[in-house]
Design a protein around this ligand. Structure first.
Ligand code: ZN
Length: 502
């Protein structure tokens, strides 16, 4: 039944046009000139360059994983506090989450800082696969730059506000555990973005671009199957293998793939496959992501996967299925988080792009281009160095395959847009040894300063152009009305991690 519905999605794509992003809405032409306030921004970031590089370098070396970003989070929060921001730490039940705020009243500009690393990606700053600390985490998504760059933007806008008496509030949000899609989902649930006029985000990349690209919706969850242990050679007929259930489940999931919409994804890792071959495993666990082009598509895939859980459990227990006296225990599904698809804001995107054009891409050194080429050669992509061009803004560009982000959840509660700058060599993908190496390089830090300037200059526009704020609000009202946001996590849900990440 569900399979039929999934198929019908393929042939009736119009079903979901209601969730389109409204990319054709009109917006006022953005300012393209340097103003006094923007000059203050540029000067401030130039003066902070070395300090921001040190911050990003320290976080790159700490490489702390989700919800344990104690040192990284503290470094950034402390720097903002020293600058005169008011800090609220430990928000939304996460010790490493915070909100830093300066100024008062409207408009409210929000910047986002991320700082968590990825497990197992430890890497030296070199053009070869080489772990710095074997088995440890690494900044393969460049969140060391993301955090330090956004703090730089916050400080630069704050100093411009002071120097030029600009109205409003600038906030920097310390958002942990992005790689687990956690931090912002809880902060949105708790209403921390409800009064934000424009949220200006960014992310490290291999190109300089403002995109209207929607990201995929996602659910993260772990399924644990239970069995009954027995000697695997002496009395295998007495055992019920939880690992059999897990394997049957994987097979079911992989059969589903052929019949999913092409924009959907399922991926998984086995977090517990049993203890030893001579014991029939009494428990086995698997951690999955289901994704779709939007939340409803993702939910359909997720619901089908829930049926496969039941089927796999039935297969492994056989006639004992449901019989508690014989040791039956149903599979447990633990949901961690839900990410919506992105709702990008067109007026904010135009302003971000105008400021990217104004500031210009990073001016990489000869040595930085050369290091980029070495990484590209080692990774097997064209050795063309860093991308020092700006990709033209195209609000109607066809979406490309991509991942998910918890920034998307913010985009359903306030006008939100993201910027990408070339911190990594062209064509080097995120979450790789190569992007981890590049995230610690001077080229990456140079591009991070560009991001800080662009974000702060766009912030100046938000604070000084009421017509921009109202255009962003109108576009948001229109696009968000088509898809009312319901928090994927409940009021009593607490942030938690899969068993192999605790
Ligand atoms: Zn990331």
């Amino acid at each position: 039944m569900l399979q039929l519905r999934l198929r019908s999605l393929l042939v009736t794509p119009l079903l979901f046009t209601a969730f389109a992003t409204g990319a054709t809405q009109e917006a006022p032409a953005p300012t393209l000139q340097w103003t006094d306030a923007k000059r203050t921004v540029a000067k401030t970031v130039d003066a902070l360059d070395a300090e921001l590089a040190d911050l990003s370098d320290a976080i790159w070396h700490h490489a702390e994983l989700a919800l344990r970003e104690t040192k990284s989070s503290a470094l950034l929060a402390k720097r903002l506090e020293t600058e005169g921001f008011t800090l609220e730490r430990g928000v939304s039940e996460m010790p490493t989450a915070w909100v830093a705020s300066f100024g008062q009243g409207k408009p409210v500009v929000a910047y986002l800082a991320e700082y968590d690393a990825l497990p197992g990606l430890s890497q030296t700053i070199s053009a070869q696969v080489e772990a710095r600390v074997p088995g440890a985490g690494g900044h393969g998504c460049g969140h060391n730059l993301f955090g330090a760059g956004s703090v730089g933007a916050g400080i630069a806008l704050k100093r411009a506000m002071q120097a030029h008496k600009l109205p409003g509030t600038v906030r920097v949000y310390g958002t942990p555990a992005e790689e687990q899609g956690i931090g912002k989902v809880w902060m949105v649930r708790d209403g921390l973005f409800d009064d934000v006029d424009v949220c200006l985000s960014w992310h490290p990349s291999n190109e300089n671009q403002v995109k209207m690209q929607p990201t995929k919706a996602l659910r993260s969850f772990e399924v644990t199957f239970y069995g009954r242990s027995a000697h695997a050679a002496g009395a295998p007929w007495s055992g019920v293998s939880a690992l059999d259930a897990l394997e049957a489940f994987e097979t079911g999931v992989n059969l589903l793939r052929e019949h999913m919409p092409e924009s959907a994804r399922i991926h998984y890792v086995v977090t517990n496959g049993g203890a030893a071959p001579n014991i029939v495993p009494s428990s086995a666990s698997i951690w999955l992501f289901t994704r779709g082009k939007d939340w409803p598509e993702q939910e359909q895939v997720y619901q089908h996967v829930m049926k496969i859980v039941e089927g796999a459990d039935l297969m492994s227990w056989g006639e004992e299925h449901g019989n508690l006296e014989l040791g039956f225990r149903p599979a447990r599904v633990q949901d961690f988080t839900g990410l919506y698809h992105y709702n990008p804001n067109l007026p904010a995107a135009r302003v971000m792009h105008a400021n990217l054009t104004l500031v210009g891409p990073a001016n990489y050194s000869v040595a930085e281009h050369e290091f980029a080429r070495q990484i590209q050669k080692a990774f097997g992509v064209e050795a063309r160095g860093m991308d020092a061009q700006i990709t033209p803004f195209d609000p109607n560009a066809a979406p490309k395959p991509g991942g998910s982000t918890d920034v998307a959840n913010i985009s359903w509660v306030c006008p939100t847009i993201g910027l990408r700058v070339a911190n990594w060599p062209a064509e080097i993908p995120a979450h790789s040894w190569a992007s981890t190496a590049a995230s610690g390089s001077t080229a990456a830090q140079r591009a991070m300063s560009v991001a800080a300037k662009v974000l702060a200059c766009a912030g100046v526009d938000v604070l000084t152009q009421p017509e921009l704020v109202s255009a962003a609000r109108d576009a948001f009202a229109k696009s968000s009305a088509k898809f009312p946001y319901v928090s994927p996590v409940g009021p009593k849900d607490k942030p938690s991690l899969p068993s192999n990440m605790r």
